[in-house]
Ligand binder design. Structure first.
Ligand SMILES: [Zn+2]
Length: 386
């Protein structure tokens, strides 16, 4: 022990407070030291408690600690229980959290009434740290307060430790090569892009659920021929170390969806990918009601398009008007009633409505400009501008 520590703990005020703490009964060294955690750093509360006790010439505590009920003596047991279950899981980092019992909360508060809170640390924070050390000794995995693979929860209300396994996040890009496939669970469709991507991950990770977070989504009947960014979340994985190359090739065997650039990532990527705002180029086969004469008028599509929430999605989206730009447009004649258009649109532009006009809700539109009702016969995303 350094001389300056001795000095810090010899101040009259601190010794007086320590004395009043010990007057509560056989308070353990942890609970005594914890009230003075900020007086001097670089040692455990346990060590601080012992120093103070010595300074006060008090005897070691005999009997059950009136503050913690000797919880610190039981930490080894909890650490064993956590470690025995952690050994079955594949992980790199962990964090410990504690749920206090209401009894402990009130005992801690009553202690603070006597000892003040000027120098104290909370029992929760000491328990998290001490149990963390004991688990580290057993499993030798790193402690990560921000992004742990596993959170060990010491639940003192229930008297047990629980494990919360963080989801595994994998980012990548997918292409959709068939029509009639929704990105995620939808109505009566029994297969989705998500299911196809997740399929090989489930046996590889031992996870029990999944969610796909995409950067936008193509229509169910549209192909997506350029890589669309996504994050796949796998819930409760037992294994985190997976062969992404092998999985990429297994997904490709579906012939319906292809993925590339798979990479293990973290939760923050979900928000990122969902808020990406990417321009897209579409290939659209447009069918007109009447033979087309003045197709050059489509040049006027360039620029801002005012789109009221389409009829087809109004039951699930707020009714509002938004402006999105057409950034480029070109066309190729198939016959006098059918044209292939290439349209580059700002993120969020509704293409089907841009063509049909959606009863005047989308302006200008292909139908409106040519005075000739037009519908989309086929729609593909051919380029996602990343
Ligand atoms: Zn105690």
């Amino acid at each position: 022990m350094k001389a300056k520590d001795m000095k810090a703990f010899s101040k009259k005020e601190i010794l007086t407070t320590a004395k009043s703490v010990l007057a509560k009964g056989p308070v353990c060294d942890h609970c005594l030291g914890r009230q003075f955690a900020h007086v001097s750093t670089g040692m455990t509360n346990d060590e601080r408690g012992r120093i103070l006790r010595k300074q006060l010439h008090a005897k070691p505590a005999k009997g059950k600690c009136p503050v913690c009920g000797d919880i610190f003596r039981r930490l080894d047991e909890y650490a064993d229980s956590a470690a025995s279950r952690l050994r079955h899981l594949d992980f790199k980092t962990f964090l410990v959290g504690t749920i206090l019992s209401s009894d402990l909360v009130s005992k801690e508060e009553s202690m603070w009434e006597d000892a003040g809170i000027e120098y104290c640390e909370s029992i929760k924070s000491e328990l998290n740290r001490e149990l963390g050390k004991l688990i580290y000794d057993r499993v030798k995995k790193e402690h990560d307060p921000k992004n742990p693979d596993i959170t060990v929860i010491l639940n003192l209300e229930k008297g047990r430790v629980d494990l919360h396994v963080s989801s595994l996040y994998v980012k990548g890009e997918y292409r959709k090569l068939v029509r009639g496939l929704p990105q995620t669970k939808w109505d009566k469709y029994d297969e989705t892009v998500e299911d196809i991507i997740a399929a090989p991950f489930m046996p590889a990770t031992g996870g029990d659920g999944h969610a796909l977070h995409g950067s936008g989504r193509e229509d169910i009947d549209a192909l997506c021929l350029d890589g669309r960014p996504f994050v796949l979340e796998i819930k409760n994985p037992v294994k985190r170390n997976v062969n992404l190359k092998k999985i990429t090739s297994e997904i490709g065997k579906s012939k319906k969806v292809k993925v590339e650039k798979l990479e293990i990532t973290d939760r923050k990527e979900v928000e990122k990918v969902k808020t990406l705002s990417l321009d897209k180029t579409y290939r659209v086969i447009v069918g007109f009601k009447h033979p087309v004469k003045d197709i050059d008028k489509l040049k006027k599509l360039l620029g801002p398009i005012s789109q009221r929430t389409p009829h087809r999605v109004e039951h699930r989206r707020a009714d509002k008007i938004r402006k999105r730009k057409v950034l480029a447009v070109s066309w190729k004649k198939i016959n006098n009633k059918n044209f292939e258009l290439q349209i580059k649109g700002e993120a969020g532009l509704y293409i089907k409505e841009l063509i049909s006009g959606d009863d005047g809700r989308s302006k200008p539109s292909v139908s409106g400009l040519l005075g000739n009702p037009a519908v989309v016969k086929e729609l593909d995303v051919i380029k996602i501008w990343k």
